[in-house]
Design a binder for this molecule. Structure first.
Ligand code: NAP
Length: 269
């Protein structure tokens, strides 16, 4: 599994991680089994949030990672309605308790809300100085929000911006990705398979992915994930509750697309 530096942190993090936004059909047992399989295959970058299943996802993650906590890059998120100075600290403590750990590797503001950003960032700094979080970042931020975050944080800046990005939704390429590149902010692609909306095998786009996949002895999903990683500072966090899906996703960790294959996908989508 390829690794990359995460933001300005000193951590090398798996380019393909594991999302945990479970739905009503997901259950604890299969969630834990797939997370563990993914970890075994190098997908040690785990993304969760206090929001997911109202905290239950964090409990499942805590259980899955307990024997291997040191290997994990663990990310969770505070909801904007909790992101006051005091509320952020309390929310983080709640996440740490559900995750059964003493620290998060990165803590994100889930999306921009009504609390002043400097209050949230001040809380992040306090959590960092107490060793409860090792870095902080943001999610769903457009460039004006990113600029504001940097005004308060200076060069320290957010370690990452986690954003909707998949083959059929590439708006982030216009401004957000260039901003991230310029400011050493990792770009983390969420819903990399379109949250269930992946091009079917009989569509022209699905056929192109299959053609490229055949050239590489890979699968269309592996090609799609790899395309999202052609930015040297990007990561992707697919969610899977099926062990075969996890195995397939991990297989994209070392895949390499040629410049021509990237160009074909770029034009087709
Ligand atoms: P996603 O990863 O784009 O898609 C998940 C769906 O794809 C599931 O139905 C899963 O099925 C299926 N899948 C996964 N791997 C597959 C494979 N190899 N073959 C066939 N199907 C496959 O959707 P997502 O959960 O929206 O996004 C991923 C993660 O990003 C979330 O879990 C969450 O951690 C994060 N996220 C963050 C935000 C934010 O606001 N920051 C928003 C959305 C998501 P099975 O479950 O059956 O395996």
């Amino acid at each position: 599994m390829q690794k990359r530096q995460f933001g300005r942190t000193k951590r090398e993090v798996a380019v393909i991680g594991q999302g945990t936004w479970y739905g009503k059909d997901d259950d604890r047992k299969s969630a834990i089994a797939t997370l563990r399989k993914g970890i075994e295959l190098g997908m040690t970058h785990i993304d969760t949030a206090e929001m997911y299943l109202s905290g239950r996802a964090e409990e499942w993650v805590g259980e899955a990672i307990l024997p291997v906590r040191e290997e994990i890059f663990l990310v969770s998120k505070v909801l904007p309605q909790n992101a006051s100075r005091k509320g952020t600290i309390e929310a983080c403590e709640g996440s740490l308790s559900r995750l059964n750990t003493d620290r998060l590797d990165c803590y994100l503001l889930h999306w921009r809300g009504e609390y002043p950003l400097d209050d949230t960032i001040e809380a992040f700094r306090e959590l960092q100085s107490n060793g409860k979080i090792l870095s902080w970042g943001v999610s769903n931020f457009d460039v004006p929000d990113l600029r504001e975050a940097r005004r308060f944080s200076g060069d320290e800046g957010p370690a990452c911006n986690q954003v909707l990005y998949h083959l059929q939704e590439r708006a982030a390429e216009h401004e957000v990705i260039p901003w991230c590149e310029k400011h050493h902010c990792s770009f983390v692609a969420y819903s990399p398979f379109g949250h269930g909306d992946f091009p079917g095998p009989r569509t022209p786009k699905g056929r192109l992915l299959k053609e490229i996949a055949d050239e590489l002895h890979a699968t269309p999903r592996q090609v799609a994930l790899r395309f999202l990683l052609h930015w040297p500072f990007s990561f992707a966090i697919p969610k899977a509750s099926d062990v075969d899906h996890v195995i397939e996703n991990a297989g994209a960790g070392d895949l390499l697309l040629t410049a021509m294959q990237i160009d074909h996908i770029d034009k087709a989508f």
